[in-house]
Design a protein around this ligand. Structure first.
Ligand code: NAG
Ligand code: NAG
Ligand code: NAG
Ligand code: NAG
Ligand code: NAG
Ligand code: NAG
Ligand code: NAG
Length: 874
């Protein structure tokens, strides 16, 4: 057996342990004793329900044509393992998975309507005209809309936090005849992911916001802020899977998808995910089946770009599921209240600011004063001002954002009598609502953009007087401005998750703008918001599917994906500050930015949307694809290929490198095509064979290479076909970092160190959530298809250790690079209780592509020994 070496040194170095563990982000959570069961296609489920009746509670019945099963919670964790294995052995049970909880992606809320002040909508200056909304221009949605293509007649099911359908831009109501015409609340407000969902029929989103933003990206109606959704004539089905806090479990997500499918959705979209990397995940399996049944499903790729390669998110990593990456918007939409300023008593000029708290700016007209003219100082105003500072009560104090809090900065200014503080941003990301409430003497707080603040500082430094004048912010005009983003606009967002899956499936498929996106927001939370995330990219592509389906009169998932993939535009690599003269990897951007119009009208169809060459062990050296000419004239194609940046997964550590920071290279694969010029007759097809020679790179660092086969047709079609592969062996990658012992009442699950941990367990069968019992924890540095947690009896001086077998809940299957753990209350694999004595856990993690029967295919680690005895029965 392979034994990891990291264990012992880490016991003496908790700090080292935690810096390593930062690579591991516990995002999905396994519900203990909670399983999803799928019934055998033909069997009567009565057998199952009769059997589990006495030992488990049925959480949800998943009674659907594409998924027949249930989720159950065992009553008694003590002997649940025996029960679980009995359930798994029932003739009526086809498969059983532990139930996991997923959270909404960490999207960044850049601003919400509340920065404009109460009732700001009445004061917004309208921006009407043709479709000039930048996410639409970037994806050619504007060109389809100019042709009158609006998604009419298409039903899109949205799985999310619900929708505020009372929003005037989202139809103002729910039910037949409204924009949000169908759907339901699967969970209820109080659902958190851990508890039992309490469904009701109303998918209203009054506490989340995420689903309302997503709905607007697809289908917002013309509104005060002058934009629309991509496909405003679709109807939406809203399936609410999040309560007001927490996550959504697999059974809830499967139920929502199945209901959306059975309600006749033509397209289903979800901006939800969690680290996985395995298409075998039950939610991914369910979504794949819906795609197989003919309904395209788009799922956001995830916002975990910082974690580097191989961090695929489920359900986007499902087979045939269309995974959507994010690019940054070419502009940053800003909602600012208009005011004016004058330099040296000259003409009044206009500026905009985001209202903060407190907000008593009405009729203020005062000169600016700044504690520092240094526009690069990271910590302006964080220290007390010098004694010779003037009385600031007759100024507006202009302070650069950064380092310390708004309250600290305002407090330092207030020491000299300041009543009004205007911050200016330290980044080119607009302005946010700053709060400095309860600071004595402060009456007004606001923020202007970095550009505006720096321009004023230049005037002050030159000795000018700048007087700023404010109207009542509640009645002042509010303007939506678009600040150009010349740094990251149009490039893959740094946060967009990197793939491929642990089985080298190519993900993501497509990309669209998701960074800095304006859309609807619940009325009670401000009506509009700008948010960044793959959550925002995904619904735009769902809307584009509706537009393309309108033109091509098909919903066939593969046809639409292939057209969008072939016509997409791959972009250069950008790390958030710099753009490099090499294409971003397929593992980050998929086929690139979608071009909706080109896809809708392309007359060429490729038989594949990507080519996977796998790793060195399972290298596919030759493959092929077919070009079909759907047009009525012959087309001659020139074929070639272009490499994208190859990226090393590792640079020494067993954890994949972070991005930015991971090493990229311009060593490309050599791609040989059977023909570089081919004429495809009208209505005919031609097959091209592709032979690849991977770049010569250090396979021990698992570099992932990729690129695009390019096709230029005499009909004007300019197409590309992404390819992806890895040099090295996924099977030889170490998957287990360490296994260790902790205890249930430590929320951080820190390792127990020392040599003789001891536990007094509750009397057999009486353990509750409050008890302090052992926890076996594993840190996975890479994905594992199967991890066993076994109980070992520690022998005395004269006897050897004895492996007693898997504890309850073990093995866990299809795990990502993450932290996973199981509790142990003393129950033995056979359902009895371990006698008082000394034990340890053995953690055994199977390698990717490993044969589960071969002990050499596991990384193994052991916890420290610990003793247990039982409290007396009370
Ligand atoms: C599942 O649905 C079918 C058809 O609607 C119904 O006959 C059956 O009773 C349902 N089973 C359960 C367990 O609810
Ligand atoms: C809108 O587009 C039409 C057709 O392209 C054009 O004639 C018209 O001038 C445009 N209107 C505006 C306000 O840009
Ligand atoms: C790579 O090969 C392995 C082993 O045959 C297989 O399980 C996996 O699905 C392959 N990946 C792709 C993308 O074909
Ligand atoms: C294309 O590849 C498939 C396997 O992927 C193979 O079965 C088929 O024969 C190939 N076709 C041609 C024309 O080479
Ligand atoms: C296709 O056209 C693009 C853009 O004009 C060009 O960069 C590329 O080299 C062409 N590819 C082939 C194979 O001719
Ligand atoms: C072992 O446990 C005893 C009693 O709890 C404690 O006094 C002793 O310090 C422990 N030894 C080590 C090496 O942690
Ligand atoms: C182990 O065996 C040795 C030699 O046979 C004996 O001296 C010792 O007492 C034994 N120790 C225990 C704990 O039984």
């Amino acid at each position: 057996m392979v034994r990891t070496s990291a264990f012992l040194p880490l016991l003496t170095s908790a700090a080292g342990y935690f810096s390593q563990a930062e690579a591991v982000k516990p995002e999905s959570k396994i519900l203990q004793g909670n399983y999803i069961v799928e019934f055998d296609d033909t069997a009567d489920s009565a057998e199952f329900f009769n059997h589990v009746g006495s030992v488990a509670k049925t959480r949800m019945t998943l009674n659907h044509t594409l998924f027949r099963g249930a989720s159950i919670q065992f009553n008694d964790l003590a002997n649940a393992e025996v029960q679980a294995s009995k359930v798994a052995a029932l003739g009526s049970v086809k498969r059983m998975w532990p139930n996991k909880v997923y959270y909404l992606p960490r999207d960044e809320v850049v601003w919400t309507g509340s920065v404009g002040g109460q009732n700001y909508i009445h004061n917004v200056k309208r921006q009407l005209g043709n479709d000039t909304f930048s996410p639409h221009v970037m994806t050619q949605v504007d060109k389809l809309r100019a042709k009158g293509v609006t998604g009419k007649g298409v039903k899109i099911g949205v799985i999310d936090s619900g929708t505020d359908y009372t929003h005037p831009a989202l139809g103002g109501g729910f039910g037949p005849g409204y924009l949000v015409s169908y759907g339901t609340d699967i969970v209820g407000d109080d659902y958190s992911g851990d508890n039992t969902p309490v469904p009701d029929s109303d998918p209203y989103d009054g506490c989340g916001g995420h689903g309302t933003h997503v709905a607007g990206i697809i289908a917002a109606q013309a509104n005060e802020l002058g934009f629309t959704g991509a496909a405003p004539d679709v109807t939406l089905g809203s399936y609410r899977v999040f309560g007001c806090t927490g996550g959504a479990a697999n059974d809830v997500l499967i139920e929502a998808y199945m209901q959306a499918y059975e309600a006749g959705s033509d397209i289903i979209t979800a901006s939800i995910g969690g680290a996985s990397g395995w298409s075998e995940d039950p939610w991914a399996v369910a979504v794949s089946r819906i795609v197989e049944a003919g309904v395209p499903c788009t799922v956001s790729a995830g916002n975990d770009g910082e974690f580097g390669l191989f961090y695929a998110s489920t359900a986007s990593n499902g087979k045939k599921v269309t995974s959507i990456a994010s690019f940054d918007n070419s502009v940053t939409p800003l909602l600012l209240i208009e005011s004016s300023f004058a330099v040296d008593a000259g003409a009044e000029e206009t500026f905009g600011y985001a209202l903060g708290e407190p907000s008593n700016w009405a009729d203020v007209s005062l000169p600016l004063w700044a504690p520092s003219y240094d526009i690069t100082d990271p910590a302006t105003g964080c220290e007390p001002y010098p004694a010779d500072t003037p009385d600031l009560s007759s100024y507006v104090v202009l302070i650069r954002r950064g380092t310390c809090t708004f309250v600290e900065k305002a407090t330092n200014a207030a020491e000299f009598g300041a009543k009004y503080v205007m911050f200016y941003n330290n980044a080119r990301t607009g302005a946010i609502a700053a709060a400095a409430t309860d600071v004595e003497s402060i009456e007004g707080v606001g923020m202007v953009t970095a550009d505006q603040g720096e321009a004023w500082i230049a005037r002050l430094e030159a000795g000018s007087e700048v007087v700023v004048s404010f109207d009542d912010p509640l009645t002042a005009p509010v303007s939506l401005t678009q600040q150009r983003n010349d740094i990251t606009g149009g490039y893959p967002s740094t946060y967009t998750t990197w793939n491929p899956t642990f089985e080298m499936d190519i993900k993501p498929q497509l990309a669209s703008p998701g960074g800095m996106i304006l859309s609807t927001w619940p009325v009670v939370l401000g009506s509009y918001a700008v948010i960044s995330g793959t959550s925002m990219a995904c619904p735009l592509v769902a809307g584009i599917y509706a537009l393309v389906a309108n033109v091509r009169k098909t919903f066939d998932p593969f046809t639409i994906e292939s057209l969008l993939s072939a016509t997409a535009n791959p972009q250069l690599l950008n790390d958030g500050t710099t753009t490099y003269p090499v294409l971003a990897p397929v593992a980050q951007q998929g086929a690139g930015m979608v071009r909706a119009y080109d896809a809708a009208f392309a007359t060429t169809l490729l038989s594949k949307s990507s080519l996977a060459f796998n790793d060195t062990d399972y290298f596919v050296d030759t493959t092929n694809f077919t070009i079909t000419n759907l047009g009525d004239e012959d087309v001659t194609f020139e074929l070639g290929s272009v490499g994208a940046a190859a990226a090393y997964t590792f640079s020494g550590d067993i954890y994949p490198d972070f991005f930015p920071g991971l090493e990229l290279t311009e060593e490309f694969a050599t791609v040989e095509l059977s023909r570089t010029k081919v004429t495809v007759p009208a209505g005919g097809e031609e097959t091209i064979s592709v032979t690849v020679t991977p770049p010569e790179l250090d396979g021990s660092r698992l570099p992932v290479y990729s690129g695009y086969i390019t096709l230029n047709g005499t009909n004007g079609d300019s197409l590309s076909l992404p390819y992806n592969g890895a040099v090295g062996s996924l099977n030889s990658v170490q998957v287990l970092d360490i296994g260790y012992l902790s205890f249930t009442t430590d929320p951080q699950l820190t390792p127990i160190t020392g040599s003789n941990a001891s536990f007094v367990l509750p009397a057999p069968g009486t353990a509750t959530d409050e008890d302090t019992i052992p926890v076996v924890v594993s840190l996975l540095a890479f994905g594992s298809p199967q991890v066993h947690y076994k109980l070992v009896r520690v022998g005395g001086d004269n006897s050897t250790d004895e492996v007693l077998g898997d504890i309850f809940g073990s093995p866990l299957t299809y795990l990502s690079r993450d932290r996973y753990y199981l509790f142990w209350d003393g129950s033995m694999p056979d359902g009895s209780y371990a006698p008082a004595g000394t034990y340890k856990f053995s953690i055994e993690a199977l390698h990717v592509y490993g044969d589960a029967r071969d002990p050499a295919q596991y990384d193994v680690d052991e916890t420290i020994p610990f003793t247990v005895r039982y409290a007396a029965q009370t």
